[in-house]
Design a protein around this ligand. Structure first.
Ligand code: UDP
Length: 259
């Protein structure tokens, strides 16, 4: 691990105090450094999951780089009086990383998203094709869909290792992808992994990202709610997290610890 950014504790999760630019610089360092490093991109929902299931803290905080992928985390950092500079969307960071991989001929493996059906190819394969068009020269060393049983996991790790991948994008949704990377961290023979939620759907074009205006106004969550109203239960974690953070601050429970 080769990280030299300051860390800010938000309700027990240690976020790196990064901008998109410094997060990308740190990711490049991790890709070229010795050993296996991974990046997590928690949003409010994940921090709230940690608060409700403390075992998750160890997993999330074990990452070499932890970036705030959610406006709720930025608001919480302000409420707690130690602001993080900006939201760093995992998807946007992944575009830079893929462009860097194409330039430097690093091999990329895509893991996750829906398998093939009678009508369509697996989303990871469609994403691989679109990524190859977006980043000419990129080497996709392999793909695997995200619907596999625990007993198949070791074979998938072997497939990734045998592909000679340097960079592994794990898109199983949170916190499944974080748990998967953590539990396979000793077996994976890649330099760098990143948990990226539904990003392969966006690359494949099966899910549309919010229009820029929503992103600029920090309303990406609202766009997702309109498009995927069934997410309402999960999304209620955002107000729960923010309201909880105000109470937490007012009750004096917050200790100003940072690393
Ligand atoms: N997914 C998967 N395996 C699973 C569950 C989900 O590969 O067992 C995929 C799913 O097909 C989708 C992504 O994980 O591509 C989750 O997307 P979502 O937008 O829900 O991500 P999150 O908001 O959790 O980051």
């Amino acid at each position: 691990m080769n990280r030299n950014t300051e860390r800010i504790c938000i309700r027990g999760v240690y976020f790196d105090k990064v901008t998109m630019q410094s997060a990308f610089a740190a990711a490049k360092d991790l890709i070229s450094s010795e050993g296996f490093d991974y990046v997590f991109t928690p949003n409010s929902e994940i921090v709230q999951n940690c608060i409700e299931d403390n075992a998750l803290y160890e997993i999330i905080n074990s990452a070499s780089l932890i970036i705030p992928d959610g406006i709720g985390v930025i608001y919480a950092s302000k409420i707690l009086g130690r602001p993080l500079p900006e939201k760093v969307a995992g998807f946007d960071l992944s575009k830079r990383i893929l462009s860097y991989a194409a330039e430097t001929k690093k091999r990329v493996f895509l893991l996750g998203s829906a398998p093939a059906t009678n009508e369509t190819r697996a989303v990871c394969d469609i994403a691989a094709e679109k990524i190859s068009q977006l980043f000419p020269g990129i080497v996709i060393s392999g793909t695997h869909d995200g619907y596999f049983s625990e007993s198949e996991s070791d074979n998938i790790v072997e497939e990734i290792n045998a592909s000679g991948a340097d960079i592994l994008l794990v898109c199983l949704g949170a916190p499944k992808q974080e748990k998967w990377i953590y539990s396979n961290r000793e077996k994976l023979n890649v330099s760098f992994a990143m948990g990226l939620g539904g990003s392969l759907d966006v690359y494949a074009g099966t899910v549309k990202r919010a229009p820029d205006i929503f992103i600029k106004m920090n309303l990406e969550w609202f766009y997702r709610l309109i498009k995927q109203p069934y997410r309402i239960g999960r999304m209620m974690k955002l107000p729960k997290f923010l309201f909880g953070t105000v109470i937490y601050k007012l009750s004096g429970k917050d200790r100003k610890f940072s690393e």
